[in-house]
Design a binder for this molecule. Structure first.
Ligand SMILES: C=C1C[C@]23C[C@H]1CC[C@H]2[C@@]12CCC[C@@](C)(C(=O)O1)[C@H]2[C@@H]3C(=O)O
Ligand SMILES: O=C(O)CCC(=O)C(=O)O
Ligand SMILES: [Fe+2]
Length: 369
């Protein structure tokens, strides 16, 4: 299979859930985009000093720190990761160039109902009765991205955008491979332990890292909003990846839901990247690394961008709880499945998906609620 775009083909989305509104023309929050007030969301953010860990990747203790963050929060920020802030600025500015174009231009790269790549509303939109205050551009397949962006910017003007996105994905792939290694080391998981799971046709983790990871790059745009208290950027969700590396630039908006605490804002740290655990690593670790429930809220004063890199194994390789993590105190919670199968489950059941992958759905019902 070429890429995850194939896996999404079987789960088409209705056009009205794809075409974003023209945010520039909207000066009042439309009823169609009005959510219950955020104030009624019992849990606020600023009253807590809780902040997800900020980890220096060069710290000699990095394995312990990351292992601990993954078990307790399912998310952390990293600094000293080797990607220069000047390059992050460049990627952000190329993304901004796309979203500030007139709606008519962006619609030239509109996703089709059965494709995952291109411009449009977030994939999760059909699960909500109200529209999200968000537009996105998704890249899964290089040639499709070139095709779409050259429709937006003819005469070769798409080149700087594509070059920056390509380069970014290369750098992120190396970084994500490195992070996966550290995460697995922290649980003492070896190549042999992975033989029955994850590796698929690859014979070693190194093999898997060099050719196979399947990834997606998602640019999120949240225009300034006339009534941010009643709007939602991306509603509460977990990602369908092993983990996601997110650049939220310099503006706040990302919140993580912490057990017993509530929504915690992830403060932007210049040059840092946020890592959050996705459902596939949750399954692979038998719930030891819980996938992070998170959302993005919007603001009235500026146009916020974020850039997510979704990192996963090849679509057809098996995901199953690593047997080493299963014992009488930690009985097996999830059955074996492929990413492709899980995409199907997620397309149908969204936030209930983990319980549909559970060995015992009666017990495993509250993963995300
Ligand atoms: C590889 C992925 C992961 C996707 C689908 C596809 C490309 C776009 C990703 C997102 C990005 C926005 C949140 C989310 C929930 C959504 O709606 O689209 C993500 C989804 C997932 O994590 O399931
Ligand atoms: O914009 C953000 O901070 C969150 C984005 C996100 O959760 C996603 O792209 O999956
Ligand atoms: Fe997300």
């Amino acid at each position: 299979m070429k890429s995850i775009s194939e896996a999404y083909k079987d789960h088409p989305i209705n056009l009205h859930n794809i075409i974003p509104i023209d945010f520039k023309k909207v000066h009042e929050l439309p009823e169609s985009h009005t959510w219950p007030s955020l104030d009624q969301d019992s849990i606020s953010d600023t009253s807590h000093d809780q902040v997800i860990p900020i980890i220096d990747l060069e710290d000699p203790n990095v394995m312990k720190l990351i292992g601990h963050a993954c078990q307790t929060w399912g998310a952390f920020q990293i600094t000293n990761h080797g990607i220069p802030i000047s390059f992050l600025d460049e990627v952000e500015s190329q993304s901004r160039k796309l979203f500030t174009l007139p709606s008519k231009q962006k619609l030239k790269a509109l996703r089709t109902p059965d494709s995952v790549g291109g411009y449009g509303r977030p994939r999760m939109q059909p699960f909500f009765p109200k529209f999200l205050w968000q537009e996105g551009f998704t890249m899964v397949d290089k040639s499709a991205t070139i095709d779409q962006t050259s429709k937006i910017w003819p005469h070769g003007d798409h080149t700087p955008f594509c070059r920056a996105m390509e380069e970014y994905q290369k750098k992120l792939k190396d970084l994500a491979n490195r992070l996966l290694g550290v995460m697995l080391d922290s649980l003492k998981i070896t190549n042999d332990d992975l033989r029955l799971t994850l590796l698929g046709s690859s014979s070693s983790l190194e093999d898997l890292k060099s050719e196979a990871p399947h990834t997606a790059l998602q640019l999120n745009s949240y225009p300034a909003c006339p009534n941010p208290n009643r709007a939602m950027g991306l509603a509460s969700h977990t990602d369908t990846s092993l983990f996601t590396v997110l650049y939220q630039s310099r503006s706040r908006g990302l919140q993580i839901r912490a057990n017993g605490i509530g929504w915690v804002t992830v403060p932007p740290v210049p040059g840092a990247l946020v890592v959050n655990i996705g459902d596939l690593l949750h399954i692979l670790t038998n719930g030891r690394f819980p996938s992070a429930v998170h959302r993005a809220i919007v603001n009235q004063s500026h146009h916020r961008l974020s850039i997510g890199y979704f990192y996963g194994p090849p679509c057809n390789s098996k995901i199953a709880p690593v047997r080493k993590l299963v014992d009488s105190n930690h009985p097996i919670r999830y059955r074996d499945l492929t990413w492709r199968e899980y995409i199907g489950i997620k397309a149908k059941h969204f936030d209930k998906s983990l319980s549909f992958a559970a060995v015992n759905p009666q017990i495993d019902t509250n993963d995300q609620s």
